[in-house]
Design a binder for this molecule. Structure first.
Ligand SMILES: Cc1ncc(COP(=O)(O)O)c(C=O)c1O
Length: 431
């Protein structure tokens, strides 16, 4: 019998990981270990020792129909046998065409063009470039952006520029494009925001305003005022500032509507989509826009075209996953479940609101968040202890600073959801 080398016999995945891998958002010197997950089904993640965890944040807001969803994996399997990959420059294919048709039916009515990208950051990057080149093509110099304070839009340079300053983009501050920041509307401050915006519009050549509509995800699932946002968007329109809704986190049903922009009367010129677009199965992103934006790139001059491309743009397999996800999203089963989870969150919010260490609570659709009445570093000791506590109880929750938030898959059952609530309550009583 072949003898295994000593290290092959005893090394776990977690140990092998440490030899060659470099993980994102990690200080490896302080946190060398990464939990090895070997299986995911529905809402359950299973680690290499057989421990199970409820994925209460849908693996960063992606697998909203549960992991390895049979309906989606079957569609992808069929597509894999038909057409795997072909360049999207010069070619087209049924999955891309079909997905564009299905998305245009559910996106805000002013959207008419679908541009493919690889991930949330590049969806934003393309949105920023569209706005800049829109004015370049019109031979107008507009190079500055407006963004909300504490927004997060991704890790490429344009996306880092419009994100609020943090450990993510701090080291690159000198290389970012010019961005002016305004506070999010809270129901009381919209007059000051409009004044500030007007002053910026008078002083700088503003190309676009980028925003996470209704909920700022990475900032701690912070919810802002839809009417106030509407006034900001209306003012932008009047100043010909292009509006870019970053729905990478909020898109596809999580807020209780297909898109967070549905809650705001004034519609964006450009929308960035990713994450739940492909239901967590494969990476893909889309930047949609109005016909008016698209038309600004039509010319006999080649250089006025949009020369932005990724090798895997509109990958047919990713498109097939997205078509299946968009179909599932519109079923009455999923729509009912979103309403039930939303009601359950409201009930939990009421129940937990008066807890002595809870400063505030909020929820919208399947998103719930509470702020602890304590100062906590984003990646500090208390946050690590909380994370460990949740995992030891079989629930994967990942606090953002002093915010504990839930963003469960739509398919979570009531027992699993109750376990998530109970575990949070136990944590509040323990810490
Ligand atoms: C609102 C928003 N925009 C953009 C991104 C970046 O997406 P990705 O991580 O796929 O690049 C994120 C990621 O969390 C996000 O929440």
């Amino acid at each position: 019998m072949l003898k295994l080398a000593q290290h092959d016999k005893i090394m776990t995945l977690q140990e092998r990981d440490k030899k060659h891998l470099w993980h994102p958002l990690k200080q490896h010197q302080l946190h060398p270990d990464s939990l090895a997950i070997v299986k995911a089904k529905g809402c359950i993640l299973t680690d290499e020792h057989g421990n199970e965890y409820i994925d209460a944040i849908s693996s960063w807001y992606t697998c909203m129909f549960g992991h390895c969803n049979d309906f989606i994996t079957n569609r992808v399997y069929q597509q894999m046998q038909q057409l795997d990959q072909v360049m999207f420059s010069d070619f087209t294919h049924e999955p891309a065409v079909k997905l564009s048709e299905e998305l245009i039916k559910i996106l805000p009515k002013n959207q008419n063009r679908i541009f493919f990208n690889d991930n949330g950051s590049t969806a934003v990057e393309a949105g920023i470039k569209m706005a800049l080149q829109y004015y370049f093509n019109k031979e107008q110099k507009r190079t500055t952006f407006i963004a909300f304070e504490n927004g997060f839009h991704g890790d490429t340079f344009g996306a880092m520029s419009v994100s609020g300053l943090s450990v993510y983009n701090g080291p690159f501050e000198d290389f970012l494009i010019e961005v002016k920041r305004i506070p999010v509307p809270n129901g009381e401050n919209h007059k000051e925001i409009l004044n500030q915006l007007t002053a910026y519009a008078n002083q700088y050549k503003i190309a676009g305003f980028i925003y996470e509509p209704i909920i700022q995800g990475a900032a701690g699932m912070k919810i802002h005022n839809a009417a106030g946002l509407n006034e900001i968007l209306a003012l932008c329109k009047s100043k010909k500032i292009l509006t870019i809704a970053d729905e990478v986190m909020t898109g596809f049903g999580k807020t209780g509507s297909h898109f967070a922009s549905d809650f705001v009367e004034t519609k964006p010129d450009i929308i960035c989509l990713s994450k739940a677009l492909t239901a967590g199965l494969v990476p893909m992103a889309i930047t949609s826009c109005t016909e008016e934006i698209y038309e600004a790139f039509l010319s006999n001059d080649m250089a006025k075209g949009f020369f932005h491309c990724h090798t895997y743009s509109a990958n047919p397999i990713a498109c097939s996953a997205a078509i299946a996800a968009v179909e599932l999203l519109q079923t009455s089963e999923i729509q009912d479940r979103i309403k039930e989870i939303s009601r359950a969150h409201k009930k939990f919010e009421k129940h937990i609101d008066a807890h002595p260490i809870v400063r505030s609570t909020r929820s919208q659709g399947v998103i719930f968040a509470l702020d602890l009445d304590t100062k906590m570093e984003r990646y500090g000791d208390l946050r690590d202890k909380l994370l460990k506590f949740f995992m030891s109880r079989g629930v994967f929750l990942r606090p953002l600073g002093n915010t504990i938030y839930i963003q469960v898959p739509f398919v979570i059952n009531n027992i699993e959801l109750q376990k998530v609530y109970d575990t949070i309550e136990e944590a509040l009583d323990t810490f």
